[in-house]
Ligand binder design. Structure first.
Ligand code: NAG
Ligand code: NAG
Ligand code: ZN
Length: 237
């Protein structure tokens, strides 16, 4: 057996660089820009004091990214992921909901942070909100053909992360499959039970404009039939 000559230094360096590049590609997270635009507002103050401000939020976002890629969308191959290089969060004094997400920008209402008095701790509530909104940033949008389904997938993430309030829909509830939010999240959970990784596969198909036939494609049954069987399973809750 003949030994290879020792690798010249430049070759070694090349190998190390190549390795660190692929390592980087696998674990690279986007850049997280977090700006508290309401530092003197009651909600902005809570953001700093209760939620740990910018550094804690950046860490949370990194953790959510890993959770989305590995547990929700099952995109262990970075090539499958939606290419996003920056996610921005603004804590802002605006009325009109908890948060607004547009593209890769999430605006969180300082009023909402100040006044939240629900059943979760503010930390859990904020984490839940960030899971929902970051799902919007990283999900494939299916050409925005079915917005309630996009909301359902965002709530599916908070359900999987165990970050939902007691009032979250129980399995079998609702009037139609694309009622949105928690109702649709529970239906997707049911579909996961029929086809492993159903929701991840559906998300992948939504790189293309959404069509109801995606349900038939994945399960062999039209979505209306799935919904009937789902309702029947839970006694028409
Ligand atoms: C979010 O906040 C940023 C920064 O203040 C602002 O420029 C942007 O218009 C806001 N987006 C929405 C959708 O309100
Ligand atoms: C399901 O969709 C994929 C593409 O998304 C397609 O290649 C395949 O033929 C479809 N299968 C059925 C049974 O419709
Ligand atoms: Zn949403």
């Amino acid at each position: 057996m003949q030994l290879e000559p020792m690798a010249p230094h430049s070759f070694l360096l090349y190998t190390i660089l190549t390795f660190s590049l692929s390592f980087h590609e696998i674990f690279a997270t986007p850049k997280y820009i977090v700006i508290n635009e309401a530092p003197t507002h009651g909600g902005g103050i809570k953001f700093e004091k209760v939620l740990g401000g910018v550094p804690a939020t950046q860490k949370l976002m990194g953790d959510i990214n890993i959770f989305l890629w590995s547990n929700i969308f099952k995109q262990n191959n970075p090539a499958d992921r939606k290419p996003i290089d920056t996610v921005e969060v603004f804590i802002k004094d605006f009325d009109g909901g908890e948060a607004v997400t547009q593209g890769n920008r999430i605006n969180v209402s300082a009023i909402y942070l100040r006044d939240y008095a629900g059943p979760l701790t503010l930390q859990k509530e904020f984490s839940s909100l960030m899971h929902h909104e970051m799902t919007h940033v990283f999900q494939w949008d299916g050409g925005f053909k079915n917005i309630p389904l996009l909301e359902g997938i965002a709530d599916y993430t908070i359900m999987k992360a165990n970050l939902y309030p007691p009032a979250f829909a129980k399995p079998g509830s609702g009037e139609k499959w694309d009622q949105g939010y928690d109702i649709t999240a529970r239906f997707l959970e049911y579909c996961d039970g029929l086809v492993p990784d159903f929701t991840a596969k559906l998300n992948k198909m939504m790189k293309n404009p959404f069509d109801v036939s995606f349900f038939q494609n994945l399960t062999g049954k039209p979505v209306d039939q799935l919904w009937k069987e789902y309702k029947a399973k839970y006694g028409g809750n």
